[in-house]
Every structure is written in C-alpha cells, then in structure tokens.
Design a protein around this ligand. Structure first.
Ligand code: ZN
Ligand code: ZN
Length: 154
C-alpha cells in the first residue's frame, strides 16, 4: 500500500514541515527543493523507506539525483530529523523538537507500520543503562520493539 504524496499537506503536517524546515536552516543548511521534497516524503510516510524508495518518491515532487538524495538523508540523520531503522530504512523522527537522544519505536511485523512512542526519558535511560551494565554495549540511537500494531493484531 503506497501513500500518495499530495502537494498540499494537512495542517498538522504543515506545522511539522515548518518546524523541520526551521531545524534544517538553523543547522546551517539551505532549504533546497530537493531537501524540501525528501522532507515531505519522510513526514508523510509511516513506514521506513529505503534510499531507493525515498529517491523515487521525491522525484515525483522535484528532480533530484540519487547521490544528492543520499547526502540529504545523511544530513537529516546527522541533525536528528530521521532515524535509520531495520536494514537500510529511514523514518522521520516525530520527536525531533525534543532534546533527547533516546527514541523508542514500535515496529509492526505484519504491515511494517512504525510508530515512535514517547515514554518518559527516565524510563528509557534505565533500559540503556541496564543494557550497558549487562553487556557493556554502548547504546545510542533508537530502541525498536517488534510486534503487531493495533490494526493487525486482529
Ligand atoms: Zn526520534
Ligand atoms: Zn500492523
């Protein structure tokens, strides 16, 4: 099931888009049409998208080459607008406006739907600390939990 990207975004998405654009410019990047297109694709998708998918979808909005798409996504990741999940997928971070490093995702194994949930930072820190104490594995980035989403659990 592919999501159609319209030129007009619903109000809530437009607000997110504006905030994300703000973040991009305060990170010192110019908001090119390519960046804006990729941003829109990411914001309107509730599934992780691979570079190839992102590139194809963005090209329906504006002409952009694959190398630029890759660079833009890397920059987005660098400034905390997207997370990489699974094997080569990227999702928009719905909590990009918050100052926290720990992000928790629920990944539906049936429909690939992905949802970032906002549990208290203290709780997430506990998970990271426990993992570190237990295995000396330094965690950063996101925690992903797989299962079945609301609409798939049947
Ligand atoms: Zn996040
Ligand atoms: Zn599902």
């Amino acid at each position: 099931m592919s999501k159609k990207i319209s030129s007009e975004l619903p109000m809530a998405l437009q607000t997110i888009m504006n905030a994300a654009e703000q973040k991009i410019s305060s990170a010192g990047f110019r908001l090119t049409t390519g960046r804006a297109a990729l941003l829109k694709v990411l914001i309107t998708s509730n599934k992780p998208l691979k570079i190839a998918d992102l590139y194809l979808a963005a090209n329906k909005i504006t002409k952009i080459d694959r190398v630029s798409a890759y660079r833009i996504i890397s920059a987005f990741k660098e400034i905390g607008l997207v997370h990489s999940v699974g094997d080569g997928g990227f999702v928009f971070c719905t909590h990009f406006q918050e100052k926290e490093d720990h992000h928790l995702y629920l990944v539906c194994e049936d429909c690939d739907n992905i949802e970032e949930i906002n549990l208290p930072e203290k709780f997430k820190m506990t998970i990271y600390q426990q993992i570190k104490d237990f295995s000396n594995f330094k965690t950063h980035g996101s925690i992903q939990i797989t299962g079945s989403c609301q609409s798939c659990k049947g």
